[in-house]
Write a protein that binds this ligand. Structure first.
Ligand code: KIV
Length: 261
């Protein structure tokens, strides 16, 4: 998939996107039919155990992006612009874009639009594709009072709808809609020429994204309603670890065949 496919997939084919943070899982995704890969700032939570995405700074994001990029050959790669990277002015934002692109990203994702529309426009004009992100924008979790569904009241619905159109007009090639009611996601999707990619936004967006570790069932803790485990990863992995442990302890691993003579 490349940037041109996003437009052509609209109304023809659904887009599948997963997050990825490291080399070995990137190699597995490369073997799959997944369309595109996001190095999300959820790396702060999934890979580093922080309670929010706020601790993923640009050096963390660039490091993960470079590792993922080395594991991919054909997939379109999106790098997340970290907390405050577009609020610190154009120069800082461009430095961050440069680090992500030089790490191997093909585009960047930016949360929200209020207060940084000119930055988004400048990044698009510089030749770097930008993916928008509306609804539940985790970098604003403390302003939102928690990880809550957005767009439940008229004002909030109107704002998300207006912001989606604004992002399209600014030149974004796609928009992530996170945790919004499905009727709102459906209307926004119908009104845009660019594809929407949903997470907790119902079935009518142009694509779906999940955190890789959530879909593989290797994360523990809070389970949002939209989450589906496509593998029970915790039990599969624990079983393998226990298998290794028991073979070590009963001296069946390594066997003669697994030893140098
Ligand atoms: O960081 C992330 O994982 C994301 C997805 C949830 C869209 O932004």
């Amino acid at each position: 998939m490349n940037i041109l496919d996003f437009k052509s997939f609209k109304n023809t084919k659904k887009i599948s996107m997963v997050t990825c943070y490291d080399f070995w899982s990137a190699q597995i995704i490369e073997e799959s039919s997944i369309d595109c890969v996001l190095v999300g700032d959820s790396a702060a939570q999934v890979m580093h155990g922080y309670p929010s995405t706020i601790m993923a700074d640009i050096d963390v994001m660039a490091l993960h992006t470079a590792a993922v990029s080395r594991g991919l050959k054909t997939k379109f790669l999106i790098g997340d612009m970290p907390f405050l990277s577009v609020q610190k002015g154009l120069h800082y934002a461009m430095d961050c874009v440069e680090k992500l692109m030089k790490a191997g990203a093909h585009s960047v994702k930016i949360e929200g639009v209020v207060g940084h529309s000119e930055i988004i426009e400048a990044i698009v004009r510089s030749g770097v594709p930008v993916m928008g992100h509306l609804g539940l924008t985790p970098q604003s979790v403390y302003q939102m009072g928690g990880y809550k569904v957005q767009g439940r009241d008229d004002l909030s619905r109107e704002l998300i709808t207006t912001h989606a159109k604004q992002l399209e007009d600014l030149g974004c090639f796609s928009i992530v809609l996170e945790c919004v009611p499905m009727d709102l996601a459906t209307t926004i999707t119908k009104n845009l020429a660019i594809p929407t990619i949903g997470i907790g936004a119902g079935p009518n967006t142009d694509g779906q994204v999940l955190v890789l570790h959530d879909l593989l069932g290797v994360t523990k803790g809070h389970r949002p309603k939209f989450l589906k485990n496509f593998l029970n990863g915790v039990s599969v992995l624990t079983e393998s670890l226990n298998h290794f442990d028991s073979e070590v302890k009963n001296n069946t691993y390594p066997s003669d065949q697994e030893s140098y003579q």
